[in-house]
Design a protein around this ligand. Structure first.
Ligand code: ADP
Ligand code: MG
Length: 256
């Protein structure tokens, strides 16, 4: 292949934002030579590789800006440690039908049972499929919204939490909220209602939300929208955080 044509293909590929083709042209051609590839297969290979790399870049970027604390998956979850948990329900959710349906999921239970792990896992799955995802603890969200409100920027800050197709709202109810704080949460929930999914985690039963939000009527209004299309998953087994420590203690007791 002439130097001139090679240089022109590289320049055009770069302009078309096909960086992989621009960088790997020589390698592509020698692979085609080695296997005596036809024109269609050659073109197919170049486009498929470019697309796969583009997709990986998109996912990496989307995961980075999502603010998720980690990117664990459903495959990383040891269901044998939570025999009470409905595996199929969780696997069905991980097919991302929930995001398509703009439905919600709530993971309820005590600390360390994997609520955040599973909420993040569903969000990661949605992100890989192409949905926009954002992660925040409820306290963080409330703090951000209050600060924005104080400088007259509530409307634009609300969009951070209402725009993404999937919002992970972690640790709902860890700290009780003042009335105006609860009202900010209500604004997010009602703006997202039937428009986007919420994956929430909480250590509180829904019956305790009146105390969390400092107002029964407001809590009912929030729950009404949240639960209309919502898969509720209660995890009540042992804390995974204590797993290794308990095993070590048992081994020690057995030895002693
Ligand atoms: P929670 O949000 O319920 O307090 P996390 O989801 O943060 O708990 O879980 C605590 C830690 O234990 C995380 O590192 C999580 O990945 C891990 N973990 C919890 N449950 C499991 C499990 N069944 N299999 C594998 N890892 C788990
Ligand atoms: Mg958690």
């Amino acid at each position: 292949m002439s130097e001139l044509v090679t240089a022109r293909i590289r320049a055009t590929a770069a302009k078309l934002t096909l960086p992989h083709l621009a960088a790997s042209l020589g390698e592509f051609v020698s692979r085609a030579d080695d296997t005596q590839m036809g024109y269609l297969d050659f073109l197919d290979m170049v486009l498929a590789e470019e697309q796969a790399l583009k997709e990986e870049r998109r996912i990496r970027h989307a995961l980075r800006v999502s603010g998720m604390p980690h990117h664990k998956t459903v495959e990383d979850f040891d269901f044998s440690y939570q025999p009470g948990l409905d595996v199929r329900k969780v696997r069905d959710l991980a097919t991302v039908a929930y995001a398509e349906a703009r439905a919600n999921a709530a993971f309820l239970g005590p600390p360390g049972v994997g609520k955040t792990h599973l909420a993040v896992a569903l969000a990661v799955a949605a992100c890989r499929t192409g949905y926009s995802v954002y992660f925040a603890t409820m306290d963080d969200m409330v703090r951000q919204l209050k600060a924005a409100d104080a400088i007259g920027k509530l409307t634009s800050k609300l969009k951070v939490y209402t725009r993404p197709q999937v919002l992970v709202l972690d640790e709902v109810g860890y700290l009780p909220l003042a009335r105006e704080e609860a009202n900010l949460v209500f604004q997010v929930i009602s703006k997202r209602y039937e428009r986007g999914s919420i994956l929430l985690t909480s250590n509180k039963a829904f019956s305790e939300w009146g105390q969390v939000f400092g107002d029964e009527v407001l809590a009912t209004a929030i729950l009404d929208r949240l639960l209309h299309h919502c898969e509720v998953i209660a995890i009540n087994g042992p804390s995974y955080r204590l797993k290794n420590r308990m095993q070590a203690a048992e081994a020690e007791a057995a030895a002693g």
